[in-house]
Ligand binder design. Sequence first.
Ligand SMILES: C[S@@+](CC[C@H](N)C(=O)[O-])C[C@H]1O[C@@H](n2cnc3c(N)ncnc32)[C@H](O)[C@@H]1O
Length: 466
Amino acid sequence: MSQPSQQSPSPPVLTDLASLITHHTSIITNFLTNRNLPHPQFSTSIPSFPPPDCPPKIHMSRMSIAQLCRDLAELVLGPIDALIHPLVSMKVDIGVLRTINYYNIPEAVPINGCIGYEELSKRTGLNADILKRIIRYASTTGIFTEVQYNPTSNSHTRNKDSVQSIKEGVGVAHTPTSLALLTSPRLRGVLRHNLDDIFPAFLSLPESLQQNQNSQEPNESPFNFAYKTEQTWFDWMSKPGRETSLQSYHQTLGFLSEGAFNAGLAASAPVFKRLGPGSTIVDIGGSTGHVSIALAQQLPHPNFIVQDLPSTIESVKSEEIPQEVRDRIQFQPHNFFTPQTEAADVFLLRFVLHDWSDKYCVKILSSLLPQLKANPAARIALLEVVLPEPGTVPTFVERGARSADIQMLGYANARERDRGHWDRLVKETDEGLVVWDVYEPVGCAFGVVEVGLRGGRTGIEQGSLE
Ligand SMILES: C[S@@+](CC[C@H](N)C(=O)[O-])C[C@H]1O[C@@H](n2cnc3c(N)ncnc32)[C@H](O)[C@@H]1O
């Protein structure tokens, strides 16, 4: 009988994690100090963090710290507490956030100074006791803070008018998070879309799977199950009377053009760098143009045609397109299930195919084939999540990609795809079509999958490109 092996002492995981957090923290601190930028603080008087144009290395350190802190908390809480604590408060977080948004509480709290509960009650229509319970919970999650008002010494109360109603005692003031809710209509749209409109789909996930787990139909999804509708999510939100849902959805898409989702990060991909004067990018399913705007700001040459459904194209406000790129961006209604009408050097689809199951992706890609065959140097650029192999990227990053995958299931029985799946999908569309390149910009939440005809000459040889 073999002897049980002597157990080696467990590694000092806690201190290892803490050291790694310190390491990444100093990378960020040095970066901010060297650039003379403000350091993040729990204060509304500091510009929000991260700064614009945050380099990829800093972004990766941010992601690493977020994950390491999570890991550290999980270890010190132990497996049961680490599961139960967030689970129990998750539903409360959602209810409280919805209430804050629904009653416009951020607008009722003065930007500077604070407001008493009685006055806040008058402004919001919620009774003072409920308000106090809601705010006190929210403040444990970083949204709003209670401050003690003392007319002689409280530096928080800079705006004397806003504190007249409380004289002295407890007042509610903004934190950076609640201030962001006040100043960013887009962020409020993201809350409405995620919590008011699409959340029920995820609550219904198990029951829906019992009925439809093998379906590729976008109208047999968890969303359909939850809303008891046969309309797809897109059709449902486009109906008259659902303008707020449509607007919130597009605000969410706009939000997904910032930070790691900034479409400008894709501009360094070879498929775009090659484009010379007179070239054209057709941005298919391009919403109200935020992807084309971000790319146009990085790429001096190409002209853009943004295509989307008529209801979306009609909502475009050309005065909102930055002036420096306005004359290079046109808008056009086009249904991407019908043959593409425009010739182009690049047919760009960002976060379009992830809305559809394979069966429909093949149809969308097939609609481009006649244009590719007419100009074999043309390319399709799929700006999409390329799911990583498990454990190959920081877990926080992997979690974002896998969360997107389950989200797509919830909306429309759709999905995110890994490299092998992209290859298969392209081949299924047409044997002559291949993935030429997969470019993954550092710090970017999506990759650029370059697709074209096998043997199609490159633009460089053809001379239409730089
Ligand atoms: C997930 S959004 C992506 C938007 C944008 N490309 C981005 O990256 O933010 C998908 C877009 O496809 C559009 N869409 C849905 N069905 C369409 C169709 N049949 N033809 C054209 N556009 C469609 C939607 O209106 C929406 O703007």
